[in-house]
Ligand binder design. Structure first.
Ligand SMILES: C[S@@+](CC[C@H](N)C(=O)[O-])C[C@H]1O[C@@H](n2cnc3c(N)ncnc32)[C@H](O)[C@@H]1O
Length: 275
């Protein structure tokens, strides 16, 4: 017999139902503190001055843009993303949680990075391989040319790149975090077109799951293609920063300028293109 009390009992939500995919994504995928530090250090080394303005392309929740203004009182940032819902989440949960003095120095634009018009900035960054969504040389080259016009004369365009034999394969990689497991699923790869369909899934200790929390339909670009396209887009110099190793031979998280790399099965590098 059900009592009034039991009828009112709230359904128990699974961990998946209680989770926020943007929070999970940021914890598993992003390291905006290290990213901003890298941008500032690289700009200072190459340009001999402090960078002030940063445009985060494909900004999603705009975490890097927020970190940019949070870590320098004169800094300004613009975030650009095509997805209004994600931007709205970023406005409420990232920009909105900055102290007021920092908040006014971040502007979020709902737009397409291929056509958006912004005032010239010192650095444009496109991270987590987001530009892989452009699948032809024409499309990607057009984006690179457009980004170049939005830089100050000594501005830098910074991209991350991933590669190695594992980048051209169908595989799943699981990483355990305290409250969830992050699954990077390279579900389809076509060696003729280099089209890759990949997903992010999350699994929780109570057995619940969020399948396809994020899906990306990409072309896996190679480093030589990217360097040539940046060159053709008019950038005066294109530098590659390769990841160093710690004492145990593991990736150190520190990047140094390199002319040649090592054939690691899975690597991440930065490309820095000077206007
Ligand atoms: C992989 S997420 C990147 C999130 C975050 N910036 C990061 O580094 O992890 C890709 C983002 O690119 C956005 N996006 C895709 N195509 C775009 C375009 N043409 N212009 C602007 N944003 C775009 C998506 O809405 C999505 O938020």
């Amino acid at each position: 017999m059900s009592t009034a009390k039991s009828a009112k009992r709230k359904p128990v939500l699974t961990m998946a139902q209680q989770a926020d995919i943007h929070e999970l994504y940021e914890e598993a995928v992003q390291a905006v503190d290290a990213e901003v530090e890298y941008l500032v250090d690289t700009f200072k080394t190459l340009r001999g001055r402090e960078p002030i303005s940063f445009r985060e392309d494909f900004c999603g929740t705009a975490s890097a843009a927020c970190e940019w203004v949070r870590t320098g009182k004169n800094r300004i940032a613009i975030g650009v993303d095509i997805d209004e819902d994600t931007l709205e989440w970023g406005r409420a949960n990232r920009v909105g949680r900055l102290p007021e003095k920092d908040r006014t120095r971040v502007k979020l634009i709902h737009g397409d990075v291929r056509t958006v018009e912004t005032e010239p900035v010192d650095i444009i960054g496109a991270f987590n391989f987001s530009y892989y969504c452009f699948k032809t040389r024409k499309e990607l080259g057009g984006y690179f040319r457009h980004a170049r016009t939005a830089l100050n004369d000594d501005g830098l365009f910074v991209l991350d790149v991933f590669g190695g034999s594992e980048a051209f394969s169908v595989q799943k990689e699981k990483t355990k975090y305290e409250d969830f497991t992050y699954i990077w699923d390279q579900a389809e790869f076509d060696p003729i077109t280099h089209r890759m369909l990949c997903h992010i899934h999350f699994k929780f200790p109570d057995g619940s799951k969020i399948k396809n929390a994020f899906t990306y339909d990409w072309r896996i670009w190679t480093m030589p293609e990217l360097r040539e396209l940046l060159d053709e887009a008019g950038f005066s110099k294109v530098r590659v920063y390769w990841e160093g190793e710690d004492d145990e031979g593991e990736p150190s998280g520190e990047y140094y300028e390199a002319e040649t790399g090592t054939p690691d099965p899975a690597w991440i590098a930065y490309v820095v293109a000077e206007k």
